[in-house]
Design a protein around this ligand. Structure first.
Ligand SMILES: Cc1ncc(COP(=O)(O)O)c(C=O)c1O
Length: 405
């Protein structure tokens, strides 16, 4: 795909037609199957990013392909004036997985799932909100107000709402910030976008106690951690924590766009008729895909598989004892390789050159979020290639430093 100018054709076309918000992509992909992706030149890549924790069942999984094809051939869209089977069935299934009665609102993305949570919070009559520094909750204006990353927020200030961002994992800071005026606290069980940051044990339980004491809603953003990613349907189930609102997206649709906002107890009744909506909410094709994802996770025992594969990956990286690796953190198949130096961008490029897709989620953290179906062979291939990738990254960083001197 390289043209005569040395620029790649897809990059030139992208630059001519697309808004610049994403930057220019480094690769054009044309096909995927299982954990493998192919570019236009026929080069194969082992996918350890999973479309940023989206492709739960990998690429072109037969169950998703069948569910989507059958549903679009039967009924593709009905509007919110009517209902179709997959929509209600998916809501019932999600509530069953949560193990509690409640209500579900479907949307099209993670940010939208959090926008609905924001509006639920507003309906308590309280206006103060608490989120965490570094937390990522999306890029629409309400979700961006909750996101605790000033560089993403400041260009769009003023943002809606009275939001305090407290240090993540700090129980006392949370306790000090939450009052009887606080509508909700929003937290990720593991901060994904902020570098796969795991809070201390008991943090979510403490958040539950603090919010319960002030009548504040606890919103758990499980957009990245939910649907099996950590080896549980919901990451907070590990600590037995039950939130008032849980938001989902990413892995739920198996590659199709869907968000879900689950609300329990009194929070489930705060969105009254006419108070919220979206044309595509509960689209039957997307809901059929999500049902295929849930069925497959259940049928193939993928929650246990994620725990085993995640442990193989984590212990395998530790056993390499590579000097560029400081530590590994995360849960299940959401792992961050913390580097001793800010080498992650170079490592991402070196990995791609070696046929591995990973993500530099912070200057010194490589994020791994492979499909939940990742095999032992895939993990071993990754472990075999990783030392060379890190060596190359170090050489590239040294070269950049020398040329900058
Ligand atoms: C925890 C979390 N919340 C919300 C979002 C936003 O989701 P989306 O990009 O689908 O709007 C993300 C996306 O990375 C996320 O990781």
């Amino acid at each position: 795909m390289t043209d005569a100018t040395g620029n790649t054709d897809f990059q030139r076309r992208w630059q001519g037609a697309m808004m610049e918000n994403f930057g220019t992509p480094r690769l054009a992909l044309v096909r995927g199957e299982g954990t493998t992706l192919w570019d236009a030149d026929g080069r194969a890549y082992l996918d350890f990013l999973g479309g940023i924790a989206v492709n739960a069942l990998g690429h072109a999984h037969p169950a998703v392909v069948r569910a989507v094809s059958d549903q679009i051939a039967t009924l593709g869209h009905v509007s919110n004036f009517y209902v179709s089977g997959p929509t209600v069935t998916l809501a019932e299934r999600l509530l069953a997985l949560a193990g509690r009665p409640g209500r579900v609102y479907f949307s099209n993305s993670g940010a939208e799932a959090n926008e609905a949570a924001f509006k639920i919070g507003r309906r308590t009559g309280r206006t103060h909100m608490v989120s965490t520094a570094g937390g990522f909750h999306g890029r629409t204006m309400g979700a961006l107000a909750l996101t605790g990353q000033p560089a993403k927020q400041q260009p769009f200030a003023p943002l809606p709402g009275d939001v305090d961002h407290v240090p993540y994992g700090d129980v006392e800071a949370l306790r000090a910030a939450v009052t009887t005026d606080t509508a909700f606290v929003i937290l990720e069980p593991v901060q994904g976008e902020n570098g796969v940051v795991v809070p201390p044990p008991g943090y979510l339980r403490a958040a539950r106690e603090i919010t319960a004491a002030t009548g504040t809603l606890l919103v758990l953003d499980e957009i990245q951690t939910g649907i099996g990613r950590t080896g549980h349907w919901f990451a907070a189930q590990e600590e037995g924590v039950e939130a008032d609102v849980v938001t989902l997206a990413k892995g739920l649709g198996g590659g199709l766009p869907i968000g879900a906002t689950l609300a329990f107890g009194p929070a489930a009744d705060l969105l009254t008729p006419g108070s919220h909506g979206s044309t595509f909410s509960g689209n039957p094709v997307v809901c059929a895909a999500a049902l295929a994802v849930l069925d497959t996770i259940e049928r193939d025992g993928l929650l246990d598989h994620v725990k085993r594969a995640g442990e193989r990956l984590r212990s395998g990286i530790e056993a390499l004892a590579h000097p560029a690796v400081a530590s590994i953190r995360g849960a299940g198949l959401l792992l961050g390789i913390v580097l001793t130096e800010p080498l992650a961008p170079q490592a991402q490029q070196a990995a791609q050159d070696a046929g591995l897709l990973v993500n530099a989620v912070a200057p010194d953290v490589i994020r791994l979020a492979p499909p939940l179906i990742v095999s032992d062979d895939d993990v071993d291939t990754f472990l075999r290639k990783l030392p060379g990738v890190l060596d190359t990254a170090r050489e590239a960083a040294d070269g950049e430093q020398r040329s900058g001197d």
